[in-house]
Design a protein around this ligand. Sequence first.
Ligand SMILES: Cc1cc2nc3c(=O)[nH]c(=O)nc-3n(C[C@H](O)[C@H](O)[C@H](O)COP(=O)(O)OP(=O)(O)OC[C@H]3O[C@@H](n4cnc5c(N)ncnc54)[C@H](O)[C@@H]3O)c2cc1C
Length: 456
Amino acid sequence: MTRYDAVVIGAGQAGPSVAFSQAAQGRRVAIVEMAEPGGTCLNHGCRPTKALRASAVVAHSARRAADFGVHVGEVRVDFGQAIGRVHTLIDGMRAGLQQAIDEAENLDYVHGRARLVGDPTGAEHRVVVTADDGSEQELTTSEVYLNVGNRASIPPIDGLEHVPYLTEVELLALSELPEHLIIVGGGYIGLEFGQMFRRFGSEVTIVAGGGIAAREDPDVQQILTDLFTDEGVRIVEGRPSRVSGDTSGVSVEVPEVGTITGSHLLIATGRRSNSDQLGPDTGLETDAHGFVLTDDRFATNVPGVWALGDVNGRGAFTHTSYQDGDIYLHPPRTVAGRVTTYAMFTDPPLGRVGMGLQEARESGRRVLKAEIPMASVSRAKLESETTGVMRVLVDADTEEFLGATILGLQADDVVQVIGVAMQAGVRYPIVRDALPIHPTVSEFFPTILAALTPLD
Ligand SMILES: Cc1cc2nc3c(=O)[nH]c(=O)nc-3n(C[C@H](O)[C@H](O)[C@H](O)COP(=O)(O)OP(=O)(O)OC[C@H]3O[C@@H](n4cnc5c(N)ncnc54)[C@H](O)[C@@H]3O)c2cc1C
C-alpha cells in the first residue's frame, strides 16, 4: 500500500495538468492510466483523426487541382503511408507527454485499471490498480481526481456481438484501406471518418436513424447531405435491425432499405461514460448516462473526489476537459455559464456556439438572425470553397449574442469570434462596428450584423 496526497485516475486532458500542478507544489501525486497517456484525444480521437483528415484534404485538393490551373496527374492514395504519418505524429506527442510525466518530481505514473474500494465516506480513499498481468497494488489518498473519459457506446443490434465491428480505436489501427466501409451513426465521428475514407477511395455507406448531423439546423443537415452525396457517400436513413458477417465482410439489415453489404463496419453511435469501470461501490452520484454529477468546481457528492472532463457530462470535447482542469486549478473560477463551442471537422468544417435555430425559437426571446450563404463570402469565392452558410443569432432586446452556426471555409476558427464575444458578454453592435481584415471569412460578421431580420 502506498500513500499519496492526491491520486489522479486517467491521463486524458484534465488529469495531467492537475497532476503536474499538484506535484509542482511539492505534494506526492500518482497518475493512474490503464491505456496510454493522452487519453482519447491523443490516441484515437481528435489528433489522429485530424492528422488523417489532412491527408484526405490533400487528396481532395489534388483531384481538384486542375480547376486552379495546377496539373498533378493521376491521384493515388497510399493509405498505409497516410496512416503511418498519423502514427509517427501521435507517437511523438505521446512520448513527449510520457517524458514530461516521468521527469516531473513528486509524480508517479502507475499503469493499470483503477477502481475505488472501501468506504467512500471515509477521509481516506482506497484505489486499487490492476496491471495488465493481473497483479494489484493499493494506493491510499485523501484526494481523488477522476479523469476517466468515455468510450464508444455500442447499440443493441441483433448479431453485433458476433461481428468483428470497429470503433474509432480499431479503425485507426487499420493499415489497409477498407473496400466498403459501412458506418452506423451520422454524428461527427461518423461524418468525419466517412468523408475521409471516401476521399481515400473506399466506398462508404452511412446508416443514420434521423439522417446525418441530426442535432444541427435543418439547412446544415441538408447542405452536408448534398455535399456527402456529391462526393459519393451513400447516406441511408434507417436503423439497423440485424448484422452478420466475419472478417471477410459484413451485412447490415436496415428495415427501411434492405440489406447493405460491406467489407468493414464502424460503430459510431455515441459515447458512454467510463464511470462504470471504477467499481460497483464508489458511492458516486451519476445521471442516467453514467456521467458523474459535480458542483461548479467539479466536486462530486463523495468528499475528496472530483470529476473532470467528459466523465462529468459538462462537455464532450478536449477543450472542455482541458478547461475543467484549468478552472479547478484557478479558484474561484467555476464552470458556471461556460459557453460551449465546438467544431465538426468535415471539409468544409462546421463551427458552432450557443443556440441553434430550434433552441432560439423555443427560448421565448425576441430573436434576430444574421445570415449569409458562403457562396456570397468573397474569401470563399476566391478559394472556390462556396459550400455552406454563416448564421448568427442575437437577442433583439438585450443585444446579446445567442449563438452562431458556421458551415464553411475555416468555420472551426471563424466561429470563435462569436464564442469569445459571448464569453466576454460583448453586445452585437460592438462586433458589427469593429474593423475586420479583408478578405477573410470573419469580415462578414459586421456585414451580416448590420442587416438583422426577425427569426421566423
Ligand atoms: C474519433 C474521435 C474524434 C474526436 N475529435 C475531437 C475533436 O476534434 N475535438 C475535440 O475537442 N474533441 C474530439 N473528440 C472528443 C475528445 O477526444 C474527448 O472529449 C476528450 O478526449 C475527453 O478528454 P478526457 O480527459 O475527459 O477523457 P479521455 O481523453 O477519454 O481520457 C480518459 C483516460 O482515462 C483512462 N481511464 C479510464 N478509466 C480508467 C480507469 N478505471 N483506470 C485508469 N485509467 C482509466 C482512459 O484510458 C483514458 O486514457 C473526439 C473523440 C473521438 C472518439
